[in-house]
Design a protein around this ligand. Structure first.
Ligand SMILES: *[C@@H]1O[C@H](CO)[C@@H](O)[C@H](O)[C@H]1NC(C)=O
Ligand SMILES: *[C@@H]1O[C@H](CO)[C@@H](O)[C@H](O)[C@H]1NC(C)=O
Ligand SMILES: *[C@@H]1O[C@H](CO)[C@@H](O)[C@H](O)[C@H]1NC(C)=O
Length: 180
């Protein structure tokens, strides 16, 4: 009896633990629906929002806008800087644009509407490089070198992942007890 209970709670726990690591998130650009527009001030810049967010591989970003008068172009770094809309990597004007972040590094997006990018309607989204050597969240205290070289955001994300994992452990054991 006791061993069955342990087995079930372990299985539930393992499942929830893995699930908590693979969770992908969806970000609404700017945090609210009418954000894809010419910013009214530098502090309204979408890059202020993107700098404060952590993007991981597998996450998606969503733009909501009026498809009649705006669009989203994914461009190169230099086309981002020059607001050059002539050869985008990808372009969307469906008013409900979803882009999945498949690889680490920066993504550059500008508005395809005439004159909008020049007035600041553009955004850089930087996807965090995954920690390949170990599962960051369950590794012991980081070495000093990790602190100086790794991006601070990656560490924070590991810590929140750990918290989430611990919550799942508690939930998992509780479910295990209830089920058996
Ligand atoms: C876009 O079009 C809508 C109506 O279709 C209008 O209300 C809105 O002001 C327009 N936005 C811009 C930036 O022109
Ligand atoms: C925009 O990009 C195209 C293609 O890369 C290039 O031919 C053109 O000169 C660029 N225009 C500007 C203004 O930089
Ligand atoms: C926007 O697209 C998502 C999936 O990409 C869909 O679930 C959602 O219903 C769409 N919303 C609107 C308003 O079209």
């Amino acid at each position: 009896m006791a061993s069955t209970r342990t087995l079930v709670s372990s299985l539930v726990f393992v499942f929830l633990f893995l699930f908590s690591f693979s969770e992908a998130r969806e970000f609404l650009v700017g945090g609210k629906t009418d954000s894809w527009k010419i910013p009214s001030s530098p502090s309204e810049s979408l890059n202020e929002w993107s700098k404060a967010s952590r993007f991981n591989i597998g996450d998606t970003i969503v733009w909501k806008y009026d498809s009649k008068n705006d669009s989203v172009f994914q461009v190169t770094k230099s086309d981002y800087a020059n607001c050059n809309v002539s050869s985008p990597i990808a372009q969307y004007n469906d008013g409900n644009t979803t882009v999945k972040l498949e690889k680490p590094g920066p993504y550059y997006f500008i508005s395809g509407a005439k004159g909008h990018c020049e007035k600041g309607q553009k955004i850089i989204v930087v996807v965090i490089t995954p920690r390949t050597k170990s599962l960051g969240a369950i590794s012991p205290a980081p070495s000093p070198s990790e602190f100086s070289s790794g991006p601070a955001v990656a560490r924070t994300s590991g810590v929140s992942g750990l918290k989430c994992g611990l919550m799942m452990v508690v939930l998992g054991s509780w479910l295990g007890m209830v089920l058996v």
